[in-house]
Design a binder for this molecule. Structure first.
Ligand code: DGY
Length: 325
């Protein structure tokens, strides 16, 4: 029997890729950069399944180019803002994602950014490398304390919970959160208080974003939001770049409206080399690597492979974004 044709838009961990290659007629894009759009649309023609990354826009044009036999799009990410899910649902295309396995790694990265931004870790490293470390300086690199401060979690889902746990359990922080629904587990475990967005901005010393990117959350961190935050606040975004307005973030950091920021995500990605953020010492930026640990990436590869193979077989997906209602 002919094996199902699939396209995998990048090399992923063998934990998932080996099974896909064993069970399918799979083509794996071998390059570091994503395929150009026209190449992608050509490669997916006739595929029953496509394994995508957040760099691939999966819209009506994509599904049209794949053809009516397309059964599943398996996204190698927990976020799926790159996919037009209603359009996929309309066409009967199953959409999978990879929740759960990257929760701790992502929260670890958010915390790493928090402490790096609060304690000038990156500029002080540069200071040493530049040969400027001459003596112990009583007034050099004075940062912020963490213990007993207030963390504001925007989006108390799995990753928000893991971040709250670190901040509350490890650093005795008071936890405020914003979410569209109450999270009883967070309220019980971390005495988390659900507040409105403005209260969170006004009261939090550290604001960490863990929400989905959608039409209601896009640009929620804008000039007004940064103005409302404390001058001593640190802003952390490990979710999606367009949740913040980058020019407004730059102004807030430049003028001292907020103390510092830690970003694992930017808008656009990759960050342009002439982005003014790169001129500031009080922002630390990582290239969207929060899930980049051995365990997380293996877990993501396994779930993505399961989703792809189940979708082709017409079975329920292990992590199914658009299950039948
Ligand atoms: C996701 O999974 O959504 C991340 O951004 C990439 O790991």
């Amino acid at each position: 029997m002919a094996r199902p044709k699939v396209f995998v838009t990048r090399q992923i961990a063998a934990a998932g890729l080996d099974r896909i290659c064993a069970e399918c007629d799979a083509e794996v894009w071998p390059e570091q950069l994503p395929p150009a759009r026209d190449v992608l649309l050509r490669k997916i023609a006739g595929c029953e399944g496509v394994l995508t990354l957040l760099t691939e826009k999966v819209d009506a044009e994509f599904m049209e180019a794949a053809g009516a036999q397309l059964k599943v799009v398996s996204n190698y990410a927990v976020g799926f803002n790159n996919i037009d899910v209603p359009e996929a649902t309309r066409r009967g295309v199953r959409v999978g994602n990879t929740p759960g396995v990257l929760t701790e790694a992502t929260a670890d990265m958010a915390f790493a950014l928090l402490i790096s931004a609060a304690r000038h870790v990156v500029p002080s490293d540069k200071y040493v490398r530049d040969g400027r470390w001459k003596t112990w300086e009583p007034m050099g690199f004075i940062g912020l304390d963490l213990r007993g401060k207030t963390v504001g979690i925007v989006g108390m889902g799995r990753i928000g919970m893991a971040m709250a746990k670190k901040c509350h359990g490890g650093w005795d922080m008071r936890v405020l959160y914003v979410d569209h629904s109450a999270n009883a587990a967070a309220e019980e475990a971390f005495a988390a208080q659900r507040v409105d967005f403005e209260t969170l901005l006004r009261e939090a010393d550290f604001v960490s974003v863990h929400t989905d990117l959608n039409d209601t959350t896009r640009s929620m961190f804008n000039a007004q939001a940064f103005r409302t935050m404390k001058n001593t606040a640190v802003f952390i975004n490990s979710a999606r770049g367009p949740l913040h307005v980058q020019a407004d973030l730059y102004n807030a950091l430049k003028t001292g409206e907020i103390f510092a920021a830690g970003l694992d995500v930017t808008d656009p990605e990759p960050l342009l080399m002439d982005d003014p953020l790169l001129t500031l010492p009080n922002v630390v930026i990582a290239p969207h690597i929060a899930s980049a640990t051995v365990q997380s990436r293996n877990g993501m590869a396994e779930i993505a492979a399961d989703n792809l193979l189940s979708g082709i077989a017409g079975q329920p997906l292990r992590a199914w974004v658009n299950p039948p209602k």
